[in-house]
Design a protein around this ligand. Structure first.
Ligand code: NAP
Ligand code: ZN
Length: 335
């Protein structure tokens, strides 16, 4: 069959109609009829060539929600017509030590939906059913998309940084990831400080559950801390004032960098050595965390705020993301 997609033909180029052929699903694969697809900043990094050379034409979109249209012969756990979602990861070896421990997102042989493959800015997406997750009935398709990359990344990132409840959590950057991180941290029983460069988001942060908001200048210094934090999740795609940011951590506090700045980190050692602070990174989440995250999102009402665009206006969505105008996640929906 012919799949109608949107693709860029060069780094930074506009998205244009592009078609490709796909056979019926084989083995563990399914064919998904796409209802909606979120636009993550990682799509923008990849479209702009920030992460090196890519294969073109490049079809972005890795927050894909749709219904199963056809099943491969080995798929026993999904039904035709069932609503499922696919995030950043499209596959793993499922046999290495990381996969066997349930850390399939750490597999050396993992594949990504939009790297070398073709993403969800399309009418259909061929996908490995083992990386397609049933969507809880109470979560609409527009809202489900951003949970599949943004949601699982911040949920897993906060958990692996040690988040339980009753802690002081900081979130830097209230974009697609950050506005979900504030909700997960607050609704699971923590006090949240939101750091943002956007005054309107500082005003709105309380509606997401934040207890305090701190306004930062883009590229500027962090103010002196008024309250020390156990965990800071950094979701900003740019370099921060790392020393100032770390000064907001309590002793034994953890900074988890999930945003992807272009430059390497440059941090004076004493900024983390003195108070036994730790700096870590984390990448998306495992399949088990994806299921936990979707269940919690449904039960605690943790949902993204979305701006929807018809697929035909995908370039407008990309432009708004590029200028930090989106509140809080752009999602493409079927025209
Ligand atoms: P996004 O929607 O563009 O949000 C990023 C936010 O960062 C912006 O909304 C803005 O928030 C803040 N920001 C932008 N420029 C800034 C600056 N110069 N100084 C301080 N803050 C600034 O992006 P996203 O989709 O949430 O993705 C964020 C980053 O996470 C990207 O680098 C993406 O590639 C990465 N990511 C990583 C993973 C992973 O597995 N580790 C998964 C998904 C995405 P304010 O307006 O509040 O300042
Ligand atoms: Zn993403």
């Amino acid at each position: 069959m012919q799949i109608n997609a949107l693709a860029a033909s060069r780094p930074g180029g506009p998205l244009q109609p592009f078609t490709y052929e796909a056979g019926p699903p084989e083995g563990h694969h399914v064919l998904i009829r796409v209802h909606a697809c979120g636009l993550c900043h990682s799509d923008l990094h990849v479209l702009d060539g920030d992460w090196g050379e890519m294969e073109y034409p490049l079809v972005p979109g890795h927050e894909v929600v749709g219904e199963v249209a056809a099943l491969g012969p080995l798929v026993a756990h999904l039904r035709v017509g069932e609503r499922v979602g696919v995030g950043w990861q499209s596959g793993a070896c499922l046999g290495c030590q990381d996969c066997l421990r349930g850390h399939d997102n750490l597999c050396d042989d993992q594949t990504a939906t939009i790297l070398g493959g073709r993403g969800g800015f399309a009418d259909f997406l061929p996908a490995d059913s083992r990386f397609a997750f049933p969507i809880p009935a109470s979560i609409g398709s527009d809202a489900a998309g951003p949970l599949l990359c943004g949601g699982v990344t911040v949920y897993s990132g906060l958990r692996h940084a040690g988040m339980g409840s009753g802690q002081e959590i900081g979130v830097v950057g209230l974009g697609g990831l950050g506005h979900l991180a504030v909700q997960f941290a607050a609704k699971l029983g923590n006090r949240v400080t939101a750091f943002t460069t956007s005054p309107d988001k500082a005003e709105f942060a309380a509606s997401l559950g934040a207890h305090r908001a701190v306004v930062l200048e883009p590229g500027g210094k962090f103010p002196a801390p008024e309250r020390k934090l156990d965990i800071i999740l950094d979701t900003v795609p740019h370099t921060l004032d790392w020393e100032g940011c770390l000064s907001h951590l309590a002793s034994d506090g953890v900074l988890n960098v999930v945003g992807v700045p272009q430059e390497p980190l440059s941090i004076p050692v004493l900024a983390f050595q003195d108070k036994r602070r730790r700096i870590m990174g984390s990448s998306i989440g495992s399949r088990a965390e994806m299921r936990d995250m979707l269940t919690l999102a449904a039960e605690y009402g943790i949902l993204p705020l979305v701006e929807t665009f018809p697929f035909s206006r995908a370039n407008d969505a990309v432009d708004r993301l590029r200028t930090n105008a989106v509140r809080y996640r752009a999602v493409l929906v079927r025209d």
